[in-house]
Design a protein around this ligand. Structure first.
Ligand code: PLP
Length: 405
């Protein structure tokens, strides 16, 4: 008899986006002539930078020619991509090309890395949270039961108004700590001294930090760290995840990478140290056969001077939308976080998330994302996303303003 992984029974159904589309289609049926503006989307909308598509076209032509054809590539990624990543993103931070592992995206990487660690690893994760961190550890059997809205074995790092959405160090000791800045869903960014606290804590406790920097391209404030490796000692206790999805519109193209320093140590039960780089290399080359050649060529084009300019313009466009959202909501008296160095604006609604969602949809046709769907600390908040067009963003904010007046 084939038996299932019992841990899957502990997963909570993900109602959030299903429930949103159900409510939106009910609204549409009742109000067929009302326009719906989607401000909840967590996906990019602008087309790929032209440098990327032309590099990808050329790479496809390489595959059509026996002289330039490529079969299996290196599992860790081609040097033509790993080198510009190291050079541009990490040069002054001392991360080299052979410490970069190219992949098909940060979702898979943040999901997969937990399998390197023991079954009894104690997990700390933010609340509200990107659900991948939580669900993959549930699947792996590290969660315990779901009681009163939370898994009993997880340490929740509350991100609330009280701590400016930057979680405090926990009172119980975790082994593995997930952090994400700029944050999805709150849009909060962490300053260097705030990250330093976590790095020092991980060092003292022989813990490991998994730092998700999928939104680093949105950081425009030069005083904010774009990489956790800007913090002294982080290379020994932290791994960084990056993605071209939000940086360059690669959500449907699929490419990202992990940076793992060779200095990063993890431990076996006898207390002997092991190289996390070596462990991940073993896992990655066993289970992954490399991101596709044309995609990696497209990603490498981002690091050319034209590529950098196109990416900057693209992010500027979304950041302008984010500013419009934040300023409009603040003008109406709502407290907001994010939207300055992040594409998300986290709005305090003064009522339960879903009530605000219904109220907004019903009166204006504007769709946001209820914060409660991201965790207990998200109750009372909604997330607005800057990934719609400028025109739609402005139209949505005008409707909200008109109504709230
Ligand atoms: C979008 C997103 C990613 C990127 O995922 P990809 O698989 O690279 O598209 C990673 N982490 C967070 C928090 C995200 O919101």
């Amino acid at each position: 008899m084939i038996k299932i992984n019992e841990n899957y029974k502990k997963l909570q159904a993900s109602y959030l986006f299903v429930e949103i589309s159900k409510r939106v289609s009910e609204f549409q049926k009742k109000n067929p002539d009302k326009e719906i503006i989607r401000m909840g989307i967590g996906d990019v909308t602008l087309p790929l930078p032209a440098v990327c598509t032309s590099a990808m076209h050329k790479a496809v032509d390489d595959l059509a020619n026996a002289k330039t054809f490529k079969g299996y590539g290196p599992e860790q990624g081609y040097d033509f991509l790993r080198e510009p990543i190291a050079e541009n993103d990490f040069k002054s931070l001392g991360v080299s090309a052979d410490e970069i592992f190219v992949s098909d995206g940060a979702k898979c990487d943040t999901a997969n890395i937990q399998e390197l660690f023991s079954q009894d690893t104690v997990i700390a994760l933010p609340d509200p949270v990107y659900p991948v961190y939580s669900d993959t550890n549930v699947m792996a059997g590290r969660s315990g039961n779901f009681i009163n809205g939370r898994y009993e074995n997880f340490i929740y790092l509350d991100s609330t108004e009280k701590n400016n959405f930057i979680p405090d160090l926990p009172s119980k000791k975790p082994d593995l700590i997930y952090l994400c800045f700029p944050n999805n869903p709150t849009g909060a960014t962490a300053a260097k001294d705030q990250l330093k606290k976590w790095v020092d804590y991980a060092k003292e406790n022989k813990a490991l930090i998994l730092f998700d920097a999928a939104y680093e391209a949105f950081i425009r404030d030069a005083s904010l760290p774009k990489s956790i490796f800007e913090i002294a000692g982080a290379k020994e206790v932290a791994v960084e995840f990056r993605s071209f999805s939000k940086t360059a519109g690669f959500t449907g193209v699929r490419c990202g990478f992990i940076a793992i320093s060779k200095e990063c140590k993890v431990w076996d039960k006898e207390g002997n140290s092991h190289s996390l780089h070596a462990l991940w290399n073993r896992r990655h080359s066993t289970k992954f056969n490399g991101a596709s050649y044309p995609i990696q060529k497209g990603a490498a084009a981002i690091y050319t001077p034209e590529g950098k300019k196109e990416v900057k313009d693209m992010i500027d466009y979304y950041l302008t939308n984010a500013k419009v959202i934040r300023e409009s909501m603040e003008k109406l008296g709502y407290k907001c976080t994010g939207g300055d160095n992040s594409p998300y604006v986290w709005v305090k609604t003064g009522k339960p998330s879903w009530d605000f969602f219904d109220f907004l949809l019903d009166k204006t046709g504007v769709v946001c994302t209820p914060g409660a769907g991201f965790g207990a600390c998200g109750e009372g908040y909604v997330r607005f996303s800057a990934f719609n067009s400028k025109e739609k963003t402005e139209a949505a904010m005008a409707k909200v303003a008109e109504f709230v007046k």
